[in-house]
Design a protein around this ligand. Structure first.
Ligand code: MLZ
Length: 277
């Protein structure tokens, strides 16, 4: 078991401060998690956000649940907070006059979906209405400041909530950088994202917190748009795949010339490629 991460000490060591709680779209006290594995509910399909699907609770950690869409595969599980507006009790969509949809990648012929629905819900363990908690208020403005610390979901490993720093602020967006990971997991998101939490949220909510990595601090908390950071990102990427500056520029030119590059979606592709494409 991991020892509890010592935020007080870390803030002192890094002479930084925590982003104030009023910056975040999170409840002061996390709601209770009443979901249990195998319970069913309705959830927005994360890969097709206009669809409401049937989902099954696969795991429960603190105020978060791990979900799998019924009729989909087991490679696209996702995590949601129990106070997410994307979660609804079984029956919600029909009551609203809508229709439940097969998940993206439904494993049967679409014409079989109505029958599949009946089967998957027959005798199922429905999540109780009380398990669905109301969403927190949205802060009226983006009040984050560069350098402030927070806890944030690692979108590439979404079961993890990790030690992070605000690397940049632009209008309604913030750049979340993960301490000690040289930029490999950093991302932009809206200031009212549900994936970011104040310092101390994990311990208060009974959720594990991943401590900083050991990959040096060259790129922790840096600004991604400055020439310096961009150079750092290239250097880090080259380091990570053992490229010399020469072979790196050949590779870069090659990537820009060719029409398509096929890459494994699990790869960390560095600054030149988007692994989601
Ligand atoms: N096993 C992975 C986890 C990295 C998680 C980083 N979180 C910011 C790795 O070591 O690459």
């Amino acid at each position: 078991k991991n020892p509890v991460f010592d935020w007080d000490n870390y803030l002192k060591e890094t002479s930084s401060s925590a982003a104030p709680t009023y910056c975040f779209k999170q409840h002061e006290v996390s709601p209770e998690n009443e979901f249990k594995p195998s319970m069913k509910l309705e959830a927005v399909d994360p890969r097709n956000i206009t669809s409401m699907c049937i989902a099954t609770v696969i795991g429960v950690v603190g105020p978060r649940i791990r979900l799998r869409l019924d009729g989909g595969d087991d490679k696209n599980d996702f995590w949601r907070l129990v106070d997410s507006t994307e979660l609804k009790p079984i029956g919600y969509t029909e009551k609203k006059g809508g229709m439940l949809q097969p998940p993206l990648g439904f494993r049967m012929n679409g014409s079989l979906f109505p029958m599949f629905l009946v089967k998957t819900l027959n005798g199922a363990f429905y999540s109780p209405e009380t398990a669905f908690k109301s969403e927190p208020d949205t802060p009226t403005d983006n009040l984050f400041k560069v350098g402030q610390k927070l806890e944030a979901v690692d979108k590439k490993n979404p079961h993890l909530i990790c030690v992070a720093t605000i690397g940049d602020v632009n209008k309604n967006n913030i750049f979340v950088t993960f301490d000690g990971w040289r930029g490999a997991f950093d991302y932009w998101c809206s200031y009212d994202s549900r994936d970011i939490f104040p310092v101390g949220w994990c311990i208060k909510s009974g959720h594990p917190l991943q401590p900083p990595g050991h990959k040096g601090s060259r790129y922790s908390g840096g600004r991604p748009n400055s020439a310096q950071s961009s150079a750092n990102m290239k250097q880090n990427f080259n380091d990570s795949i053992n490229l010399t500056p020469d072979s790196a520029s050949d590779l870069e030119a090659g990537i820009q010339e060719s029409c398509s590059v096929f890459i494994n979606h699990e790869c960390k592709c560095g600054p030149f490629m988007d692994s989601s494409k």
